[in-house]
Design a protein around this ligand. Structure first.
Ligand code: ADP
Ligand code: MG
Length: 150
């Protein structure tokens, strides 16, 4: 499924819609070049779930955790990950539990250690705006995608 996002507000809005539908735990990958809007999407998603503070890019920390009312959301940016094995040292398995929703920017850096995503979001420049493509990678992701299409 594809969305045209004319400006930053459109990205925040689609993130809010996704946050309504993506319930419980799961793994969401965000692909796209620097500046494509991945962090903007994560900010919209996390703030729509009730987080009132800032959502900073975890460029240096690699991960930020948001303990929200119903579940934990973990926002990763793996751009600076040197080697996928560093994820093991970070304790990646503790983040990927059934009650956590993990949003991962630059998942390519973790190939071989990260499991398959439930949803893959691909953001790309489209004129002055962006285009978002969403694909499912699991039955759970397929279920979310069907709900997004309604
Ligand atoms: P990334 O995390 O992919 O590197 P960011 O989320 O930091 O990218 O966004 C980079 C810039 O793109 C920000 O200035 C943001 O306001 C802008 N942006 C986000 N969504 C859109 C959009 N749909 N159209 C135009 N600009 C956007
Ligand atoms: Mg980013």
């Amino acid at each position: 499924m594809t969305w045209q996002l004319a400006d930053e507000d459109a990205t925040l809005n689609v993130a809010r819609i996704c946050s309504d539908i993506i319930d419980g735990g799961g793994l969401v990958f965000l692909l796209g070049t620097l500046g494509a809007g991945k962090t903007t999407f994560c900010r919209g998603f996390i703030q729509a779930l009730g987080h009132e503070g800032a959502v900073r890019s975890p460029t240096y920390t690699l991960v930020e955790e948001y303990p929200l009312s119903a579940r934990r959301v973990c926002h990763f940016d793996l751009y600076r990950l040197g080697d996928p094995e560093e994820l093991e040292f970070m304790g990646i398995r503790d983040y990927l539990d059934d009650d956590s929703l993990c949003l991962i920017e630059w998942p390519q850096r973790g190939v071989g250690v990260l499991p398959e995503a439930d949803l893959v979001l691909h953001l790309a420049d489209e004129g002055d705006g962006r285009q978002l493509d969403i694909e499912a990678g699991s039955d759970k992701g397929q279920h979310w995608l069907q709900q997004l299409q309604q």
